[in-house]
Ligand binder design. Structure first.
Ligand code: 7TS
Length: 408
C-alpha cells in the first residue's frame, strides 16, 4: 500500500493553505494533478544551468538540453512500453494528439460515407476534432451508448463497428463516470473490421499501468499535466507504419529534411511531427514526472486509487439525496462525480471551497454525457496518489455542511 500522507510531503503546494488557516484538500486531479518537487526542480535546473535550444547548436548547453529533452522521450517510451522512442511524438496535450491524427491520418484516408466511431462518454477533445473531420470529408460520426451504470453498451458493437468504420476512437477511462473501458477488447474488435484505433488515455496513463504493445492500439494520446508533469506537453504514440505514411501536421523548422523554394522533404520520426522549437523545459519536466511515478510504481498508484474510491463511494452513499454517477469502484478509476438533490453543483463547489476543498463543478467537457443523463452539470471529486482517507472525510463533512446551509 502507498503511504499517501508521506507522498504529500513531495508536493510543495499541498503544504500551502487554501485560505488563511484552512489547509488545502485538492480533489480536482482529473482536471490537472499537482507537481512534485522533483519535477519543479528539473525544470528549474534546466533554466538555471543549461537553457538552450535543442537539435541545433553544437555548443555545450545545446547538447545538454538536447540530451535531457530526448532522454525524456526514452523514459516516456519505456513508461508506456512503446517499441521505440521514435514512436513517441511530443505534442501540447491530449487534445493536440487527437487533432494530429484527425488532420493527418484522417484527412489522408477518409472518403465520403466512411464512418468514425466514438462513444457517448467522450471528452469534447475526442468528439469535436472528429466532427470537424467528418464535415470536411463527408464522413459519418457514430456513437456507442452507455448503460444506466455508466458502462459502454457493448451489445451495440456489432451494429456500430462494421466494415464502414475507418476510425474507432474512445477513452480508456471516463473523466466523469471513471469507467475503465476494456481497451484491448475494443482494439481487437476494431482491427477485425479493419478500423484504426485511437485511445484517449488522458485519464489512464496517469493512473494505471499502460502497455501500448499489449493493447495493440494504433494511436494513444495523453497529457503530462495530469500525471505530475507540467502543462504544455503531451504525447501521441503511434504505430510506426502509420506514422511514417502520414503527412506532417504543421510545417516549419525541425520537421524538415531539406527545403527548396520548389518544395520540401520531411524529417524522420518523431521530429516530422514536431515543427518549431518544442516545449523543452516541459519535456524535461515530463521526464522527471515519469521517473517519479515509475519509482512508486503504477500498480501501486492504481491500487491506492481503487482503495480511496471504494472508501469515498461508500461514505458518499450515506449522504441523503446524493447520487454518484458511474459504475461501482471495482470498475472505475479515482473519480466520484455526483449530484446532491436541492443544491446546484456550482453552489456545492463554492461552499466546499470555503472549507479548502477543491472540486470541479460543471459539465467537465462532457456535455453529451450530461445531456443524456438530463443533467446540466455535476460536481466531481477526483483522486490521485496523494489522496488520503482524511481528505475524503473532509469532503464528506463539507457536503454535510452544504446540506445544512441549504436546509436539505
Ligand atoms: N480526454 C479526457 C478523458 C480528459 O479527461 C481530458 C481532460 C482530455 C481528454 C483533454 O486533455 P487536455 O490536457 O488536452 O486538456 N479532462 C479534464 C477534466 O476532466 N477536467 O478538466 C480537464
Amino acid at each position: 500500500m502507498l503511504d499517501a500522507k508521506a507522498i504529500q510531503a513531495d508536493f510543495p503546494i499541498l503544504q500551502v493553505e487554501a485560505h488563511p488557516g484552512v489547509p488545502l484538500v485538492y480533489l480536482d486531479n482529473a482536471a490537472t494533478s499537482q507537481k512534485p518537487r522533483a519535477v519543479i526542480e528539473a525544470m528549474d535546473t534546466y533554466y538555471r544551468s543549461y537553457n538552450a535550444n535543442v537539435h541545433r547548436g553544437i555548443h555545450r548547453l545545446s547538447e545538454a538540453a538536447t540530451a535531457a529533452y530526448e532522454g525524456a522521450r526514452v523514459r516516456v517510451a519505456r513508461f508506456i512500453n512503446a517499441p521505440d522512442p521514435d514512436q513517441v511524438i511530443f505534442v501540447r496535450n491530449t487534445t493536440e494528439g487527437i487533432n494530429l491524427v484527425a488532420f493527418t491520418w484522417g484527412r489522408a484516408n477518409l472518403r465520403p460515407g466512411d464512418e468514425i466511431l466514438l462513444t457517448e462518454m467522450e471528452h469534447h477533445s475526442n468528439i469535436v476534432p472528429w466532427q470537424l473531420l467528418a464535415e470536411e470529408k463527408g464522413a459519418v460520426v457514430r456513437y456507442i451508448p452507455f448503460t444506466g451504470e455508466g458502462l459502454l453498451d457493448l451489445s451495440r458493437l456489432p451494429e456500430l463497428l462494421t466494415g464502414r468504420t475507418r476510425i474507432f476512437s474512445f477513452t480508456a477511462m471516463s473523466n466523469v463516470f471513471g469507467t475503465i473501458n476494456p481497451v484491448q477488447e475494443l482494439v481487437a474488435a476494431a482491427h477485425a473490421v479493419g478500423a484504426v484505433t485511437v485511445v484517449d488515455a488522458a485519464q489512464a496513463v496517469p493512473h494505471l499501468p499502460v502497455d501500448v504493445q499489449a493493447l495493440d492500439c494504433d494511436f494513444l494520446a495523453f497529457s503530462s499535466h495530469k500525471m505530475c508533469g507540467p502543462t504544455g506537453i503531451g504525447v501521441l504514440y503511434g504505430k510506426r507504419h502509420l506514422l511514417e505514411a502520414m503527412p506532417p501536421f504543421m510545417g516549419g523548422g525541425d520537421m524538415i529534411r531539406r527545403v527548396r523554394l520548389e518544395g520540401s522533404t520531411w524529417n524522420d520520426l518523431p521530429w516530422k511531427f514536431e515543427a518549431g522549437t518544442p516545449s523543452i523545459a516541459e519535456g524535461i519536466g515530463l521526464g522527471a514526472a515519469v521517473d517519479y511515478l515509475s519509482a512508486i510504481g503504477m500498480e501501486a498508484v492504481h491500487a491506492h486509487e481503487q482503495f480511496i474510491t471504494d472508501y469515498a463511494l461508500e461514505a458518499l452513499s450515506e449522504i441523503e439525496g446524493l447520487q454518484t454517477l458511474g459504475p461501482p469502484a471495482a470498475q472505475k478509476g479515482g473519480v466520484a462525480a455526483f449530484t446532491l438533490e436541492g443544491a446546484h453543483p456550482h453552489d456545492i463547489a463554492q461552499l466546499l471551497d470555503q472549507d479548502g476543498i477543491a472540486v470541479r463543478a460543471g459539465h467537465h467537457c462532457a456535455m453529451p454525457l450530461h445531456h443524456k443523463l438530463n443533467l446540466p452539470a455535476s460536481a466531481r471529486a477526483s483522486f490521485y496518489l496523494y489522496t488520503t482517507t482524511e481528505d475524503v472525510d473532509k469532503l464528506v463533512a463539507g457536503l454535510h455542511r452544504v446540506r445544512q446551509v441549504f436546509r436539505l
